[in-house]
Structures are given as structure tokens and as C-alpha cells.
Design a binder for this molecule. Structure first.
Ligand SMILES: NC(=O)c1ccc[n+]([C@@H]2O[C@H](COP(=O)([O-])OP(=O)(O)OC[C@H]3O[C@@H](n4cnc5c(N)ncnc54)[C@H](OP(=O)(O)O)[C@@H]3O)[C@@H](O)[C@H]2O)c1
Length: 257
């Protein structure tokens, strides 16, 4: 089966390409790196020829309000148009748990607009809602830093490893379209501030992490359960401590985080 992975060179996309190939599928990454640009449409119709499934795990290079909205809406319209013309029968996209209940975040507003286009796009679809990736913790801390203090709200937080995200997206892509949302999350729940503190400490990062109920997360105030999935979410296997230990070891060995 030919599966085109839009964003197949990214964090999730590259893992997904490997997994699908291991299962014998023709997994084709599509991104600017491979000559496909979903914003301009360059190379898109060609790469989708003969594909049964398209999986969109791309991300906007900029999180600025207009740039991110343009990225997800223009790209999605282009992918829908060319996927329909190519006869694609399953449109899979990766989005974020809680997208619909955090409208104050420009990034999540753009993800919500992406989802609305897919739902109305006419191709059978599955949208995977994942929680925050462990790999994203440092970026979250950087975003929430003023001086040497990181302020995050002490709400519930259930992040997951990129490896588990790719596994879940692959399983959904190989199944029948659900024409709805599948939620995936990590195996443990934390308080947001606790996890960030633990993550920074493991890297001997001296920043102080302060629990502040009004601290904004990418522009939005959060409620206790804004970032966590419903009880029937599929859970990944990799625990945070396990991932963190490995990540610290790899950084010490100079092979990256
Ligand atoms: N971070 C989180 O905690 C989190 C949580 C839940 C869901 N998600 C979702 O997960 C998805 C994937 O995130 P990620 O961290 O794997 O992304 P990433 O590593 O930043 O990769 C982004 C990918 O998008 C591609 N891309 C950028 N501009 C493009 C364009 N104009 N046309 C086609 N492809 C383009 C990039 O291609 P090049 O390499 O060629 O530039 C790259 O392959 C995102 O949609 C995000 O919303 C993230």
C-alpha cells in the first residue's frame, strides 16, 4: 500500500516512515526536503499519485498567529484537493488533545481550523489527538521563561514519547477511517510544573520552575483538565523517567536529545 507522509522528515514523520516500511508498506515522505511544499502545492499532486492513504504530520515553521493559521489552512486545502484527485481513501492527521477547548492559543486555533477543513473535506478521515511530546518539554520551558524563572500552571499533564505517537499514528493509518478523533496519551499523569521541573533538573538546567495558575501556555490560560484526554484514550508504553534517562545518556554521548 502506498502511504504518503506529509512532514515525513520531521520528528514524528521520520519515525512513522520507518515503522510503515518495516510493515512492508511503500511509505513516501513528502516535505520541502523531498521537493514537496504543501503551501505552494509544489510536487504534491505528483507524490500523491497512486496513494491510498495520506498522513499529515507536518508542522508550521512559525507559531506566529497569522503564519501558523496560513500554514495549516492553505496546506490542508492543497492536500485535500490533490488527495481527492489521486483517489486517496483515508486522510489521517495528527493534532493535539484539547485543541477544541483552548481557543485562546493561536497555535491551537490553527490546528482546529485544520481539523474543520478535514472533517468537511469529503475524504474519509481519522484525526489523532496526541498529548504533548516528551521531546517538546524543553521548548515549552523556553516559551514559559522570563529571566531565569519558568512559570507554568499546575494543571494535569499526561505527555508521551514521540516513539509512542508514531506507533499510534501508524496503527490508525493502517486501520479503517474512523471519521472522528482518536486520543492518545502517555502512561502517567503529572502536574505540569512537576514534570517541567524534573525534566530541567535532569539536564542540570538551573532555571527555577514556579507553579502559577495564571501562567499562559502558548497564549492560553489552562483549566485543570485542558491538556488531558478522556478516559478511553489509547496509552503509550514509554514512561517519562525511562525516556529522560535515555535522553540524558544520548546527550552526554553527543548523539543529541
Ligand atoms: N509537539 C507536541 O507536543 C505535539 C503534540 C501533539 C501533536 N503535535 C502535532 O504533531 C505534528 C508533527 O510535529 P513534529 O514535532 O513531528 O514536527 P517537526 O519535527 O517540526 O516536523 C515538521 C515537518 O513539517 C514539514 N514541513 C514544514 N513546512 C512544510 C511545507 N511547506 N510543506 C510540507 N511539509 C512541511 C517539515 O519538513 P522539512 O523537514 O523538509 O522542513 C517536517 O517534515 C504537528 O502537526 C503538531 O501539531 C505536536
Amino acid at each position: 500500500m502506498k502511504v504518503v507522509i506529509v512532514g515525513g522528515t520531521g520528528l514524528i514523520g521520520s519515525k512513522l516512515v520507518t515503522k510503515l516500511r518495516e510493515h512492508g508498506h511503500e511509505a513516501v515522505p513528502a516535505s520541502p526536503d523531498t521537493g514537496v511544499n504543501t503551501l505552494t502545492g509544489q510536487g504534491l499532486a505528483d507524490v500523491l499519485q497512486g496513494a491510498s492513504v495520506v498522513v499529515d504530520v507536518s508542522n508550521s515553521p512559525s507559531f506566529e498567529e497569522k503564519a501558523v493559521m496560513d500554514f495549516f489552512t492553505i496546506s490542508t486545502r492543497n492536500i485535500l484537493k490533490d488527495a481527492a484527485a489521486a483517489g486517496v481513501t483515508h486522510y489521517v492527521a495528527l493534532s493535539v488533545v484539547g485543541t477544541e477547548r483552548i481557543p485562546d492559543s493561536p497555535y491551537l486555533r490553527a490546528k482546529n481550523a485544520q481539523e474543520t477543513l478535514i472533517k468537511r473535506g469529503g475524504i474519509p478521515y481519522s484525526i489523532v489527538h496526541a498529548t504533548q511530546f516528551f521531546e517538546f518539554v524543553k521548548r515549552i520551558a523556553d516559551e514559559a521563561t522570563v529571566g531565569t524563572t519558568v512559570r507554568v500552571p499546575p494543571v494535569l499533564f499526561q505527555p508521551m514519547a514521540a516513539e509512542d505517537v508514531a506507533q499510534a499514528v501508524g496503527a490508525v493509518a493502517m486501520g479503517s477511517p474512523v471519521n472522528g478523533i482518536v486520543e492518545v496519551a502517555g502512561p502517567q499523569q503529572f502536574r505540569f510544573d512537576e514534570l517541567i521541573r524534573q525534566g530541567l533538573a535532569a539536564y542540570n538546567d538551573p532555571r527555577e520552575v514556579v507553579a502559577d495558575p495564571h501562567a499562559r501556555y502558548f497564549g492560553a490560560e489552562l483549566a485543570e483538565r485542558s491538556l488531558i484526554p478522556a478516559d478511553d484514550a489509547r496509552l503509550g508504553e514509554i514512561r517519562f523517567e525511562e525516556w529522560l534517562n535515555q535522553s540524558v545518556r544520548m546527550a552526554a554521548a553527543g548523539t543529541g536529545r
